[in-house]
Structure formats: structure tokens, C-alpha cells
Unconditional design. Structure first.
Ligand code: AMP
Ligand code: AMP
Length: 341
């Protein structure tokens, strides 16, 4: 029988690396953290990495890739891979990679993502192709934006043009999407689908903690206007939430449909951790504005498990650990190809 000691688990030092590496160690794997020189402190301090490989910048990942191949390391992709390497570069990774690379292309292209979610019968906010058609509150999202930086809200074509002026001609602001702004509460649902067990699990939920969207209510509306404070969505952290229990059946069904629809998009389909990110309105409609086809940072509060993983596992089960368990099961059943892509 193949043994997990023949493999190592590796990831980039950022985003969800702490729980991925901790989870891998809990499952018995040796771990490697690829760190930017000045960012290695947490990975040393928390003792999650058996080995640290230093690089100057994440884009230098390919310079050390051979070291990973030589050590039979399996790479766990997370938000920093696509953010700093781009999905095209990620698809060129030659080392073993957990998850279907082909799906990343669908996730990173907003119109492809939309096609996928519509096919899965998921409710989506309306998109305005032309600013002149704006007839309700909308949110403008720049494609290059890292973590919601620079998004803005408008109500009318005039307001759009006056706010867009300050971005016009500046780098990273050429491409954007104009999306209906849904008034409700943000809910991000963390899923895990295993091709080995054929089961979809809900690992937990979170909402984001965004600057300054989450603090603007601390200032009176009059002062917000007088001082000219504009809402921004820069991600700074995540807050755990527990969903109203009667909404759970809907959340499971949405996840099932997304996995099913993904099987038409890329060989192997979507598996492992993924997340539907959206807003629930007062009529309890769950509008999804984004899918992440990989582990999301909203799972970070649950290093020791979430209320939902506790119901199922009776042992600490983070999403990072669940990933490692999937890999371990695949190795022990001689089906490693079922978790690689
Ligand atoms: P970082 O390595 O922190 O720059 O993050 C890489 C990517 O993941 C960025 O695009 C961030 O927007 C996203 N990200 C990082 N941390 C979080 C978080 N706590 N919640 C949601 N998204 C995040
Ligand atoms: P995103 O980068 O697409 O994940 O969006 C960042 C943040 O903007 C979210 O966490 C929400 O707070 C907010 N947001 C994005 N899209 C919408 C929407 N269509 N309606 C309301 N709020 C939204």
C-alpha cells in the first residue's frame, strides 16, 4: 500500500496556509511552506511548517518548483496562487496540484463564472453592460482589484460617471463589472466535495470584515456625507456565522447543483473545497455574486473545526485538515489521481 510518508504537502505562506499546513500535520504529512523572505514569521512561530523555502516574491514560485517535484510534494492552491500567479500560470504548475486546474479558468473569468452559476440554477445579481442603463443601486467592481479595494456604489448613470472619473486611465481600472447591489446580509458558504466519498459537505459559513464597509455605521449619516466618506470593501478579516437552520437544505442543494454543473466544464469537475459568496435578502433569496473554486480564507476562524464539522466529525476538522484527509484517503486507496488535476 502506498504510504503518506512518500508525499509532502506544500503551499504558499499566506491566505490559508496556517490551517492547511496544520491540517496536513494533523493527518500525518510532512509540510513545506513557500514564504516570501520577510513574511515567514507566522509559519515559524506557529510551528506548522517542517520546511520553509524562501523566495523574494510569490511570482518566483517557478524558480523553486523543481525542489517540490523532487520531494514529491502536493501543492494546495489557495487565494494567493491565483492573485499573485494568475490562473494561466497556475495551470502551468508541473508539481502535483490538488484540484482541477481547468476549473480555475471558469472561476477567474466573470462571464464564464456567470454561465456556470446560471447553468446550476443559482440566483445572481443583475449585470448592467452599459452604465446608461443603471436604474437601481449598483456596485462597480474592478477586475484587477485585490480584496475589494476600490469598489464603489452608484445609483444613476450620472453618479457612475462622476465617481468613475477619478479612476479613469489609472492602472487596474480599465475593466470592471456593474452589478446590481443587493441589500441584505453577506453569507459565504464553505463546501467540500470529495470524489472519493462522492459526498458534499458544508464546512461552515462566514462573513467578511471589510474596511470601511463594516465601520461606516459608526459614523452618523450626516457626518458621512459632510466628510465625504465613501464605502470601500478592502478585506481585513473574517467573522464566523451560523446560518438559520431552515436555510441549510437550500445551501446543500445549491452546492450539489454547482458541482453537477462543473462536470460539464472541465475534466474531473470541481472537487475539494469551494465557496459560494453572496447576500441573503429579507425575502430569504440567496443571491450569489462569486464562486471560489478553492479553499477560502473565511474558513480560517475554524482551525479547530466549525459547529458544522463538529456535528459530523466529533474531532477538530478544519477545511485544511479535510483536504489532507482527502489526499490521505486517495493515497491509501491507490487513487491519487482522483485528487490531482
Ligand atoms: P493575500 O495573500 O492576503 O494578499 O491574499 C490573496 C488573495 O486572497 C487576495 O485576492 C485577497 O483578496 C484574498 N484574501 C486574503 N485574505 C482574505 C480573507 N481573510 N478573506 C477573504 N479573502 C481574502
Ligand atoms: P467581492 O470582491 O466580489 O467578493 O465583493 C466584496 C464585497 O462587496 C462583498 O463582501 C460584499 O460586502 C460586497 N458586495 C459584492 N457584490 C455585492 C452585491 N452584488 N450586492 C451587495 N454587496 C456586494
Amino acid at each position: 500500500m502506498a504510504n503518506i510518508s512518500d508525499y509532502k504537502i506544500a503551499t504558499l505562506g499566506s491566505h490559508t496556509a496556517l490551517q492547511i499546513l496544520k491540517g496536513a500535520k494533523d493527518e500525518g504529512f510532512e509540510t513545506i511552506c513557500i514564504c516570501q523572505k520577510d513574511k515567514k514569521r507566522p509559519y515559524e512561530s506557529y510551528g506548522v511548517a517542517d520546511q520553509i523555502i524562501e523566495i523574494d516574491a510569490f511570482k518566483d514560485f517557478f524558480k523553486i518548483e523543481q525542489q517540490l517535484i523532487d520531494q514529491n510534494a502536493i501543492i494546495i492552491p489557495h487565494g494567493s496562487f491565483v492573485a499573485y500567479l494568475g490562473h494561466e500560470k497556475v495551470s502551468q504548475i508541473k508539481a502535483m496540484h490538488y484540484g482541477t486546474k481547468g476549473i480555475l479558468e471558469w472561476e477567474s473569468d466573470r462571464s464564464k463564472e456567470r454561465e456556470w452559476l446560471l447553468d446550476a440554477d443559482i440566483k445572481l445579481p443583475k449585470i448592467f453592460d452599459n452604465p446608461e442603463d443603471i436604474d437601481r443601486p449598483v456596485i462597480i467592481k474592478f477586475h484587477g482589484a485585490l480584496g475589494g479595494k476600490g469598489y464603489f456604489i452608484a445609483n444613476t448613470p450620472e453618479e457612475f460617471h462622476s465617481k468613475y472619473k477619478k479612476y479613469e486611465g489609472t492602472e487596474g481600472h480599465e475593466e470592471f463589472v456593474i452589478q446590481e447591489y443587493i441589500v441584505g446580509v453577506p453569507v459565504y458558504t464553505h463546501y467540500f466535495y470529495s470524489r472519493l466519498t462522492g459526498e458534499l459537505e458544508i464546512m461552515g459559513f462566514d462573513k467578511r470584515y471589510e474596511s470601511n464597509a463594516d465601520s461606516i455605521g459608526r459614523v452618523a449619516a450626516k457626518d458621512q456625507v459632510d466628510v465625504g466618506i465613501e464605502t470601500t470593501y478592502t478585506i481585513t478579516g473574517n467573522v464566523p456565522i451560523v446560518l438559520r437552520e431552515s436555510l441549510l437544505p437550500q445551501a446543500f442543494e445549491m452546492g450539489d447543483r454547482v458541482v453537477e454543473a462543473s462536470q460539464k466544464l472541465a475534466d474531473g469537475g470541481l472537487f475539494g473545497p469551494f465557496c459560494l459568496e453572496g447576500i441573503i435578502d429579507p425575502m430569504l433569496n440567496y443571491y450569489v455574486f462569486e464562486i471560489s473554486a478553492r479553499i477560502v480564507a473565511g474558513t480560517n476562524p475554524y482551525v479547530h473545526g466549525s459547529p458544522y464539522t463538529w456535528l459530523r466529525y466529533d474531532e477538530p476538522m478544519s477545511t485544511g485538515r479535510r483536504l489532507a484527509r482527502d489526499i490521505k484517503m486517495a493515497i491509501e486507496q491507490n487513487q491519487i489521481e482522483k485528487v490531482l488535476g
